[in-house]
Write a protein that binds this ligand. Structure first.
Ligand code: GDP
Ligand code: MG
Length: 298
């Protein structure tokens, strides 16, 4: 950790919001690189991912958190706990709402959790690219009614609209502090975690409805060759049933091959080296109800 320069501001910002509201998209957009996987299915983000933005006068560490959800199985209980603990240890919270969908109990819960904590909270109304001006005016009113009049930033994380003002507000809320991460860092995730997340993203994208968020990925080994710029990875896609396994493997192995080659392309782009990826599929029944197993994944 560097010593703080006079006037340098830094801190941690928790990005909170219902699943699918655009948290990962926003973090990636602000960081300018893919540090968190994006999917239109809930529960894609299981870990907190720190996106790091550093400039000469500040460093912002963005935590992309799982959505607030009602306790359902041990996975979501754990997510909930992560979120609650995080609110206590951050310097600011950014609550994201979805302008294109009606607000719900989840949104109200998040707003009240954020506003009842001592942490300064900001509110972004995302996906405004999907609605017209008249609708936006109306939704903004609705959102401000929920925040008790606190300002709401209309943004599009996807299109990069109106993010600067929000970002400046976040920076201004940071206390004087040190550089927590080296200047060139964009995330605190170890390579294994990034690899597992990128594979999971591709597996989810390819299997859509058939394997509803029952996929976990274990990285068995990750070896950087010393004789040439090549990383060799052996990973396993874990599903909950034989029928899901059959779907992920596909006819004659075509599906798992496609998942592997898509993930490899993403990995090569992110890591900047050639990647050899061996992908296996195995069944572990009810892994989402197994706390010990989930603890190892998280
Ligand atoms: P998270 O679950 O909150 O992390 O949401 P993601 O970042 O994974 O995004 C969920 C889905 O919403 C993805 O399909 C994104 O491409 C999409 N999305 C995110 N932000 C925007 C936005 O500003 N406009 C539109 N149209 N789509 C968005
Ligand atoms: Mg996410």
């Amino acid at each position: 950790m560097d010593t703080a320069d006079a006037g340098f501001r830094s801190g941690f910002v928790a990005i909170l919001g219902r699943p699918n509201v655009g948290k990962s998209t926003l973090v990636n957009r602000l960081v300018g690189r893919k540090v968190s996987i994006v999917s239109d299915r809930p529960q894609t983000t299981r870990r907190r991912i720190a996106g790091v933005v550093t400039a000469s006068a500040y460093q912002l560490v963005l935590l992309d958190l799982p959505g607030f959800q009602k306790p359902f199985d041990s996975l979501t209980r754990r997510m909930q706990k992560t979120v609650d603990e995080t609110l206590e240890e951050v310097d600011a919270a950014l609550v994201m709402l979805n302008a294109a969908e009606p607000f719900g109990g989840g949104d109200r819960y998040i707003l009240s959790a954020a506003s009842s904590s001592a942490t300064p909270a900001f509110v972004a109304l995302n996906k405004v690219d999907l609605i017209d001006a008249a609708r936006l005016k109306w939704v903004l009113g609705q959102a401000e009614a929920l925040t008790g009049g606190a300002p709401v930033h209309p943004v599009s994380a996807l299109k990069g609209r109106n993010l600067q003002v929000l970002f400046d507000d976040l920076v201004a809320a940071m206390p004087p502090g040190p550089k927590y991460f080296p200047e060139e860092a964009v995330t605190d995730q170890p390579l294994e975690v990034l690899v597992a997340e990128l594979i999971r993203e591709q597996a989810l994208r390819r299997t859509r409805e058939e394997v509803p968020h029952a996929i976990a990925v274990e990285v068995e080994s990750l070896t950087e060759r010393t004789d040439r710029p090549l990383v060799e990875i052996v990973a396993t896609v874990v599903v909950e049933s034989e029928s899901q396994k059959a779907i992920v493997i596909g006819k004659g192995g075509t599906m798992v091959k496609r998942i592997g080659s898509d993930a490899r392309a993403e990995l090569e782009a992110v890591a900047g080296v050639q990647v050899y990826l061996a992908l296996r599929v195995k069944v572990r029944r009810h892994w989402r109800r197994d706390d010990a197993y989930i603890a190892r994944l998280l």
